[in-house]
Write a protein that binds this ligand. Sequence first.
Ligand code: 26Y
Length: 822
Amino acid sequence: QIQIEDDRTGLSIETLRRAMADNLFYILGKYPAIANNKDYYMALAYTVRDRLLHRWLNTYEAYMKPEVKIVCYLSAEFLVGPHLANNLINLGIYDQIRQAVQESGLNLQELINTEEEPGLGNGGLGRLAACYMESLATLEVPAIGYGIRYEFGIFDQEIREGWQVEITDKWLQDGNPWEIIRPESEVYINFGGRTEPYQDDQGNYRVRWIPEYVVKGIAYDTPILGYKVNTANTLRLWKGEACESFNFQRFNVGDYYGAVDTKVYSENLTKVLYPNDEPVQGKELRLQQQYFFVSCALQDMIRIHLTESENLDNFGDKFAAQLNDTHPSIGVAELMRLLIDVHHYSWDQAWDITQKTFAYTNHTLLPEALEKWPLSIFGRLLPRHLEIIYEINRRFLDQVRMKYPGNNEKLSCLSLIDDRGEKYIRMANLATVGSHKVNGVAALHSELVKKTILRDFYEFWPEKFTNVTNGVTPRRWMVVSNPRLSELITSRIGDNWIKNLDELRRLEQFVDDGHFRYQWREVKWGVKQDLANYIEDKLGIKVSPDTLFDVQVKRIHEYKRQHLNVLQIITLYNRIKHNPNLDFTPRTCIFGGKAAPGYYMAKLIIKLINSVAEVVNKDPDVRDRLKVVFLPDYNVTLGQRVYPAADLSEQISTAGKEASGTGNMKFSLNGALTIGTYDGANIEIRQEVGEENFFLFGLKTEDIDQLRAKGYNPWDYYYNNPELKSTLDLISSGFFSHGDCELFRPLVDSLLHSDPFFLFADYQSYLECQDRVSQAYKDQEYWTKMSILNVARMGKFSSDRSIKEYCENIWYAKPVPIEMKD
Ligand code: 26Y
């Protein structure tokens, strides 16, 4: 019998090679003589997509069974990163594809590097959503990620003369082979207008919403594969389009330009991702985006449910909807509206379903990051939702009055409406009231949520509050990005750790094995050499893999204190200048991160880093013992290069400010040691890896509160600490700015006059801790042991563990293994 392999599914090298050539010709319309790497990347991507479609469709079908509960992750951001390499790993076809590509005369790594990543998020929150989607699929838990298909994601960053310049991100320009448009699942979204009471045929009192305009939502689906399972879940992102029927009215009255206007207006809705994270701005378009994708999602969920069920009574058993921060929290009012106005449920039934369905994750305590919408804007855009929110609030405050009779203070804290001046809707309050569970993202953070921003809610509903410490996926953040380390690990303990990260513990038995430590160092050195080549290539700066790679990559924020790191670097520089023969552990200080375009101070910090780099890197007295590098355009792709190459991970936020951090986990998983404050997940990382393998410094949350209470005066630190003083004076003198004493004045003044993030208070402790790091790094054998122990003990920080906790305590969702039918 002759076996013939299908060109779309076959996995032999020969079939894969032919399939690629086929896709190149029939999809891209090119033959090898005129094809470039982009074309080959596309041909390969389609070849891989063909091989996952069966899993995807089987998965979708399995979820239509009534007894299957689906997790719906509602998030304004999904920072998924490049798909190709991850899909090859998760499908288990990396080696076959590498050979087939090679036999076509190409290099797989080069093709992987041509992929333009979808930058559909700002930072931690969006990346967390992506890690969670991957873990959900790997754990075979039914899930749909709902979000926005931004035409322009986070801007590309260029550095010109040390300053950040923003360039629009055109990720869709060459087409996106990973998405499939689903025109049949279009939905209609109303905006503006007014509401009107009416009586239906049975004489029931109802409300209808007569919108001012309607936008159509079109779904674009991307498969999210689990690691070596058949599950392929869906990331469903919505694009806003003009609604034809609506245009036609205008068209018919001869208003052609008016019709085109509405089209342009509607398509603006999902054009661009807002590039600022915390602090928030009350921009109306952002509220429109939020309502748009959440209404699309909920209508889609209702449609799915009604294909298998007669009514929505069991909606809360079919779906668990997770609110990724307050951005989708309008969903609480929208589900109420859909259930009451469209599906004619009573208020009480609708409210039960809503609370059962939703849960809310808080990601920040910063007061300026709490979303609130001016009532005026809100009521104009969503008049029906305003009525519903008032009614939710009325009923909720009645409950509060029962518990605290006569306590107006409590009422005003808990109310969904802030009416102390201009009136606002408080989205965190809406999310909390409408959810059955509220969680923070690290142990400390969840405690602070209960003690600070949601204190009164905690008192009212203590059982609602819980913690789920964040995690990251070891598939992308180890296997895909650090193959050398992954292979070394697997050579000793097998590859079960990839699905069960706690198995990394088995590495502990090798810490005293000198050969293993040698291999460990070799791997790290090789990866550092790769990054060094990249740096030389991109920036023309030569750095040596023999130096300590000290890395801080994350969004630029004052609370994250990149400028504390800079003060330290200048101090080291001063020490070298004063004593050129100082015994000095050579360091390469690497930064990366974007600043929100309107965040002046953050942009000035980038300029400072680059200015210090310029001086330090070319000073002959330094003799290459200290180098400073700012990597432009930090994103997921670059993160995959950087985490594996780091020796030291900078996690130096002001205590109490970083909700969790997830970069901290990626570093430690790749064998970097952490220098960090008592903040976010740092605390739990230290607990796991052992205090002796973690460089802790700085004030704790309570210390900071005390210091603030007794009156914090940065000048005291300035005058009493000679190294701090000369560091600041050097900046002020224009030494790093070609004699310009004004350039960095806003930064220096902010520190001297208020220092809202307590850099000065932590400066001495940070410097002493860095000295300990430098000492420790000199003993390479000992450093290697600490590095191995960090990796061995990081099992807790797999997003698989986080997802299991969500499933168990919040979603009540179970795995549904997928059988392949065709
Ligand atoms: C409302 C809009 C302007 C906005 C957009 C994005 C507001 C906030 C954000 C993003 C917030 C964010 O990324 N927060 C981070 O979430 C991570 C995942 O939980 C945490 O690890 C990290 O500490 C937190 O800063």
